[in-house]
Design a protein around this ligand. Structure first.
Ligand code: TRP
Length: 456
């Protein structure tokens, strides 16, 4: 039956387009904004190493599993899980995995959009020459001015949500294909330009050492590194699954997954190499938190030749990268509404977009009027704001949990005959995948969870 299924939402034109779209989903604020700041907060070196290990041993196998499930189910993650459980004659309860994914995507987008708003406002700040010859203190106060102003944050957040709704309403294909084909390679080129600037600061090797010299790490940091591997590859909530559902049956899933993960990792490492030399050259704090890129990169733009132009283009591209990711965060929910409620894409996008926008206000306020309102959950976290709690719950708990069950479903619930049909283009690769998803990936996720709460 899986062979005859067809997605009602359309299909990617070819394999390259799928890879570009999935890379567009993967490469986003996670690589350029989040990776450097969490690496900074967690001491660099070992954190980066754990993150890379998680990409290879947990991320890649789960990405293959997600694409496979999506391609077989050919529907939104909720209906895909229901359909596959039925195909395999298993418990229909597996559908909850789809629901958790939709919820996680919704929660992530609510804060993702606020941060994308920061990037948008920085296009104009840089363009207005605000950073010419700026000092570290100067960039700091410019950043603080922005985030302490709820009205401005709300305006940018609103604009970004509207942009996302428009593309999703038009349908994944027309919207996404074009953006990623041209813009991602350019983003890559600009990151390299900033890395070259960072080499000229004279502190490049300090940055390299910070990122790659192993040191101490605790269970909580390991959980954050693993959570980030899920976040950065868009795994664990059905985004890649839904993109897989628009993929034709004739393409190799393994090859595509490796390319996507590789591109994503290279962008994150380049971002780290761009940012940390500037941090050390200017006596900044690597653990500065979510503002890190906004407090470092403008220094580069304010001092390099043609920096204003480079800066404007860079932040514009960052907004595009965020945009192509944001789309994949609500696509599962929109696809579900279209499939089950008989509404059109426009209606579905507007409603889900509006709800997301509303929850996003909590993140807007986390940096100003609700800054002091924090939550502590024993064994898990202390003193987190609304934004931090959402980030923690989604990236460190919901995504790894979703990924764990996706791996278990693919490896243990689906019959080997079915998974072979999808993945056995290279038999040796299939064997590795099967071993990883059956044992290594689930165990790794469980061990990291237990370590983070101090059980082991
Ligand atoms: N991967 C994107 C980034 O790094 C964010 C993202 C898009 C995402 N879709 C997702 C994260 C699905 C988790 C799940 O910016």
């Amino acid at each position: 039956m899986a062979e005859q299924r067809k997605s009602i939402h359309g299909q990617w034109t070819n394999r390259t387009v799928f890879i570009l779209a999935a890379t567009g989903s993967a490469v986003g604020l996670g690589n350029i904004w989040k990776f450097p700041y969490i690496a900074g907060e967690n001491g660099g070196g070992t954190f980066v190493l754990v993150y890379l290990l998680c990409i290879a041993l947990i991320g890649l196998p789960i990405m293959m599993a997600e694409i496979m499930l999506g391609r077989r189910g050919k529907q939104s993650p909720i209906n895909t899980m229901a359909a596959l459980a039925k195909d395999e004659q298993r418990n229909p309860g597996w559908v909850w995995l789809g629901w958790m994914g939709v919820l996680a995507g919704f929660l992530i987008l609510s804060y993702y959009s606020v941060i994308a708003g920061w990037a948008m406002s920085y296009v104009f700040r840089t363009g207005g020459g605000l950073f010419l010859g700026v000092t570290a203190d100067g960039v700091n106060s410019i950043f603080t001015d922005l985030v302490t102003d709820p009205e401005r944050l709300m305006a940018w957040h609103t604009l970004f949500m509207v942009m996302t709704m428009i593309v999703v309403a038009r349908g994944v294909k027309h919207g996404i294909e074009r953006a990623v084909t041209y813009l991602m390679p350019l983003l890559f080129a600009l990151l390299i330009i900033i890395v070259i600037y960072s080499v000229t600061t004279g502190h490049f090797m300090e940055g390299v050492r910070f990122l790659f010299t192993p040191g101490k790490i605790d269970g909580k940091a390991i959980l954050i590194a693993m959570g980030h591997a899920f976040f950065t590859l868009s795994l664990g909530m059905g985004a890649i699954m839904v993109y897989g559902s628009y993929l034709s049956n004739k393409h190799s899933i393994a090859q595509a997954s490796i390319l996507i993960a590789l591109a994503d990792t290279v962008v994150a490492l380049l971002a780290g190499l761009a940012i940390f030399p500037i941090v050390f050259a200017n006596g900044l704090e690597p653990g500065a938190g979510p503002g890190l890129i906004f407090q470092t990169l403008p220094i580069a733009f304010g001092h390099m030749q043609g920096g204003t132009l480079v800066g404007v283009v860079f932040f514009t591209l960052l907004v595009f990268a965020a945009w192509t990711s944001a789309i994949s965060l609500i696509e599962p929910a929109v696809a579900y509404l279209v499939e089950n409620k008989g509404v059109n894409r426009i209606y579905a996008s507007v409603w889900i977009g509006f709800l997301t926008w509303f929850v996003g206000l909590g993140t807007v306020f986390s940096f100003n009027i609700w800054k002091e309102k924090t939550l502590t959950i024993p064994f898990l976290f202390e003193d987190l704001t609304f934004f931090d709690v959402l980030d923690y719950l989604t990236a460190n708990i919901m995504l790894p949990l979703g990924g764990l069950f996706i791996a278990l479903f693919a490896a243990w619930v689906m019959k080997e005959k079915s998974t072979r049909e999808e993945l056995a283009t290279y038999p040796w690769l299939y064997k590795i995948w099967n071993f990883l998803t059956s044992f290594v990936t689930p165990l790794a996720v469980i061990v990291v969870f237990l370590k983070a709460i101090g059980v082991i």
